[in-house]
Design a protein. Structure first.
Length: 210
């Protein structure tokens, strides 16, 4: 455990910062413009990793909530809360970057595309979970209600993909990418994943010290 704490405190922050700098260099200096969307497509390298972290956050919330309901483990409860708060940050980033991209491509900041709508619903579930968890305080019963919501909420993720299949939307699909784009996306994903893990670690440590 001490080795994990040492890595999270001393190595991960520097590793994440380094990856972020490399990611920025790749996005703005290395990768070519997409043929159709032009420079606006570059925000995709932030938008997609943020979306993946949003989903990962809720999977952690659901898993930790299930462990809390099963074993009554306080650490699992705190992990679920930390993952929800960090996940909501990334979910907000998904909505913001999506709107910035939509303005030059679609001509509007927002449209109620099925996939976009499901992301907003996911954001609201995150918000409801966090609010309920904050209201719970030391009340274990309300904390368990929040855990149930955390487990149910993860169902929005597969529903997001089902909605895309059932209703045609205008949200673009990721198609064949040039090698430079793939490398840029991979580096950005690694950088965002490092940031995600570091933020959860900081929040979890803060909650543990209360």
């Amino acid at each position: 455990m001490k080795q994990v704490a040492s890595f999270m405190d001393r190595v991960l922050p520097w590793l994440t910062c380094g990856l972020m700098l490399i990611a920025l260099a790749f996005v703005f200096l290395y990768v070519p413009n997409e043929r159709v969307q032009g420079p606006a497509q570059r925000i995709f390298y932030f938008h997609l990793p943020a979306a993946w972290n949003t989903f990962l956050g809720f999977f952690i919330v659901a898993g930790a909530s299930a462990a809390f309901l099963w074993q009554g483990d306080r650490f699992s409860d705190l992990l679920a809360q930390a993952a929800a708060e960090v996940g909501m940050v990334f979910c907000t980033l998904v909505i913001i970057t999506g709107s910035i991209w939509a303005r030059p491509i679609w001509g509007v900041w927002w449209t109620w595309d099925p996939r976009l709508t499901m992301v907003v619903i996911l954001w609201m579930i995150y918000a409801a979970y966090i609010l309920l968890r904050l209201l719970a305080g030391d009340n274990e019963l309300i904390a368990r209600y929040a855990a149930v919501l955390g487990i149910i909420g993860v169902l929005d993720i597969p529903l997001l993909y089902i909605a895309v299949k059932l209703w045609r939307g205008i949200h673009p699909k990721v198609e064949r990418m040039a090698p430079e784009m793939i490398w840029t996306l991979l580096i950005c994903t690694a950088a965002f994943l490092g940031l995600f893990a570091w933020l959860i670690w900081l929040r979890l440590r803060s909650l543990t010290l209360r």
